[in-house]
Design a protein around this ligand. Structure first.
Ligand SMILES: [Zn+2]
Length: 258
């Protein structure tokens, strides 16, 4: 996260002076998680930070003050847990962690909080949705859980070159492109030799699979990493950030309308 938006760089006096009604607290989340034999464990952590940072720059142009929490590097990540290095926490821990962090943020006068999680796993998404509902119903804070990743999947099919772009779900062309754009030295050279892995996770899970390994993703990637490029990484993530920006813009507008 750039120095500019990061809460870590503020003094308490600077936080006190912020116009709380105009300030949006961005809350990026992404677990340490295995991402194939070619990418490091922090793909979702960096992906959350990069998307939030790109969107923050755009939102500033709309006149909002943006402050980002440090990325939360843990969530429910059971799907890849059988692969070494993946860290997953339980549903209850995730619920309580989010409740405590948001309650603490709110106690300092902030009331607009946007959660952007780079990790799509149904159990984890369910927890995020519970949190959103809880805070909004209690009127303690306005919480938005971004759906920018889900929404960008259908746009990505016009950018990706792999055969089944909708199935490029994990460490495939999308995420490998992100790393080729932002951290090219951290992508292992073997990415260009990996064969495409097309698995319909929804079908596999309906047939009894319960994680990537039992669904057949034996190297922990789903998609076509060999088709990745830095340029596609830029296009994909700028588009995703634009979706997040629009979500936040309308979230703030609807709040003003009330
Ligand atoms: Zn990922």
């Amino acid at each position: 996260m750039s120095v500019k938006f990061s809460l870590e760089n503020y003094t308490f006096e600077e936080v006190k002076k912020l116009d709380k009604n105009k300030t949006i607290i961005m809350f990026p989340i992404g677990p340490l998680e295995a991402h194939g034999p070619h990418l490091p464990l922090d793909v979702d952590i960096r992906g959350a930070e990069i998307t939030v940072e790109l969107a923050s720059k755009q939102l500033e142009e709309y006149g909002y003050s943006i402050v980002s929490l440090p990325v939360l590097p843990y969530c429910i990540a059971d799907a890849a847990h059988s692969f070494e290095g993946t860290i997953s926490i339980s549903e209850n821990t995730m619920l309580n962690l989010l409740r405590d962090i948001i309650t603490s943020v709110v106690s300092h006068g902030f009331n607009n909080i946007v959660i952007f999680c780079h990790h799509l796993e149904p159990k984890n998404t369910d927890v995020l949705n519970i949190i959103e509902k809880e805070f909004n119903l209690s009127k303690e804070a306005n919480v938005l859980v971004s759906k920018a990743i889900e929404k960008s999947i259908s746009c990505n099919k016009n950018i990706l070159d792999g055969e089944f772009p909708l199935l490029d779900m994990h460490a495939g062309e999308v995420e490998t492109s992100l790393f080729l754009w932002k951290f090219p030295n951290r992508v292992k050279g073997n990415y260009s030799e990996l064969t495409p892995k097309w698995i319909n996770l929804i079908k596999q899970f309906a047939n009894g699979a319960n994680d990537f390994e039992t669904a057949g993703a034996n190297n922990c990637y789903l998609g076509d990493p060999a088709k990745a490029s830095a340029e596609k990484g830029r296009i994909l993530y700028e588009k995703q950030a634009k979706i997040l920006t629009e979500e936040v813009y309308y979230f703030m507008k609807s709040d003003e309308a009330i």
